[in-house]
Design a protein around this ligand. Structure first.
Ligand code: DC
Length: 220
């Protein structure tokens, strides 16, 4: 039995995590940040000195119980050797390593089942990432693509992490380029997605719009 799935895709720091967490809270559904799978794997590889271009070992590491992802209502947590490393994986350099390894089809394929399993059970799921509406949950009932200007996104993430905004613009541009130009499952707007530019909107305005859209799908 599978509950309803809403996907929220979009570029780095477009507000996907805050928006999907709040949406899931309002709907009483589960939520998952699928980036945590890529970040967790990159983090585990770095800790274990696995070469980030050694695709075979990376694919094997996806199933190694030394790390795991746990869905919690406030955050998608990552554990490494039973330690909560959710704060560590939030760093932009881990995001960049995650983006690098996400280019490998073998890695993407190996992580797919674990991401799809998040929708098992009768509860609804809000899933956010880059390819949730296109590849992970192509039959999702509601699909959203969330974006915002690159300056706005960089300012948001720089404030969150206490970093320089100019450096953040550069780092995010590089990551967005990597994510949207990769050969396999590039970041893309899913067909029939509800597209929202959040540059001029606050969090609750964005969530209001998505919630109304999801209700229109539930009522259909
Ligand atoms: O959403 P995030 O910043 O936590 O994602 C980190 C990286 O993981 C992102 O730059 C690319 C990769 N990723 C992906 O390829 N597909 C997803 N569904 C989610 C993340």
């Amino acid at each position: 039995m599978m509950g309803m799935v809403v996907t929220i895709d979009g570029p780095a720091a477009s507000g996907k995590s805050s928006v999907s967490r709040e949406l899931a809270r309002r709907l009483g559904w589960k939520w998952v940040s699928t980036g945590a799978f890529y970040r967790g794997l990159a983090y585990a590889a770095l800790q274990l000195d696995v070469d980030l271009d050694d695709v075979k070992t990376l694919a094997e590491l996806t199933h190694n119980p030394v790390w795991n992802v746990s869905l919690e209502s406030e955050r998608t947590k990552v554990f490494f050797k039973d330690q909560d490393v959710t704060d560590q994986i939030a760093h932009e350099d881990v995001g960049n390593f995650a983006s690098r390894i996400s280019h490998y089809p073998e890695v993407r394929k190996a992580l797919l089942d674990a991401q799809r399993n998040c929708s098992s059970g009768p509860d609804g799921l809000v899933a956010e990432g880059r390819d949730c509406g296109t590849v992970v949950f192509p039959t999702a009932e509601a699909k959203v693509y969330l974006t915002a200007s690159s300056e706005h996104r960089a300012a948001r993430r720089a404030t969150e992490l206490g970093l320089d905004q100019g450096e953040m613009v550069k780092a995010q541009k590089q990551r967005d380029l990597q994510d949207s130009t990769r050969k396999v499952a590039p970041m893309a707007i899913p067909d029939n997605a509800f597209v929202i530019d959040s540059t001029e909107l606050n969090l609750s305005e964005v969530v209001d719009k998505i919630e109304a859209y999801v209700h229109s799908k539930i009522d259909n």
